[in-house]
Design a protein around this ligand. Structure first.
Ligand code: PEP
Length: 252
């Protein structure tokens, strides 16, 4: 079923103690103001176990920001999907543009990660999006289509149904420059049409597609009001409980 989701992505921020405090603060706010959407905290690996213990799972789910493209073994420094699952996290963010750009994650690598995540019972939040140059050349549709096709279209309809997509124009991430609600709607609707062409209308209608890129309390309501925008993946504004709640509140 298509869900409304507001997911935070803390990236490489917060010590363990600071992260637990942030999770506790978000949890306290939501205990008093039950969210009308699924709320997810995406945290570094080291926070997962403690954040899972800190939050009420009725109100808050937990996501890793990555997992390995190998199942287990001699891969020093890596964290497998099975390890993430064992912390109690339910989701894993995959294909974030920072991972694609700084760590060379290709569609082929991401395909492996998606398969391992699903095989271990994790739900991928799969990020796609074009860089500024591609947007200026009018190539955004072909870029996101290829990203989805190459890493996800080998999945059965059943497994595809477990994927949450996050459209994040790279030029809007951490830049303060947000896509307009019309730009977001246009490409979200396009992404849904690509899914419909492969898996049919029902699967496409049930796919949650989040927007990410400088989303904040002041623009969330308008973005989330678009028919094909099902919530947000939030970076900077997820690092303070009140700011993050300001976005969650867009659904209240
Ligand atoms: C992100 O990195 O997923 C993101 C959307 O970041 P920000 O909200 O800071 O632009």
């Amino acid at each position: 079923m298509r869900q409304k989701i507001v997911a935070g992505n803390w990236k490489m921020n917060k010590t363990l103690q600071e992260g637990v405090e942030l999770a506790k603060n978000v949890n306290d706010i939501l205990a008093k103001n039950a969210p009308k959407c699924t709320v997810i905290l995406g945290t570094p690996f080291i926070h997962l176990t403690e954040v899972v213990k800190t939050v009420d799972s009725k109100n808050i789910k937990v996501a890793a920001e990555n997992c390995a493209d190998m199942a287990s073994g001699a891969y020093t420094g890596e964290v497998s999907a099975a390890m993430v699952k064992s912390t109690g996290a339910q989701y894993v963010i995959l294909g974030h543009s920072e991972r694609r750009t700084y760590y060379g994650e290709t569609d082929a690598i991401l395909k492996e990660k998606v398969d391992l995540a699903l095989a271990n019972g994790l739900l991928p939040i799969f990020c796609i999006g074009e860089v500024l140059e591609q947007r200026e050349a009018g190539k955004q549709n072909e870029v996101v289509k290829a990203q989805v096709e190459n890493a996800l279209f080998h999945l059965s309809a059943d497994d595809f149904g477990k994927i949450v997509l996050a459209y994040e124009p790279v030029w809007a991430i951490g830049t303060g420059k947000t896509a307009t609600s019309a730009q977001a709607e246009e490409i979200h609707a396009y992404i849904r049409s690509v899914i419909a062409a492969k898996y049919g209308k029902e699967v496409a209608d049930n796919t949650t597609i989040l927007y990410g890129g400088s989303c904040k309390a002041s623009n969330a309501k308008e973005l989330f009001a678009q028919p094909d925008v099902d919530g947000g993946l939030i970076g900077g504004a997820s690092l303070k409980a009140e700011d993050f709640y300001g976005i969650i509140e867009a659904y209240n």
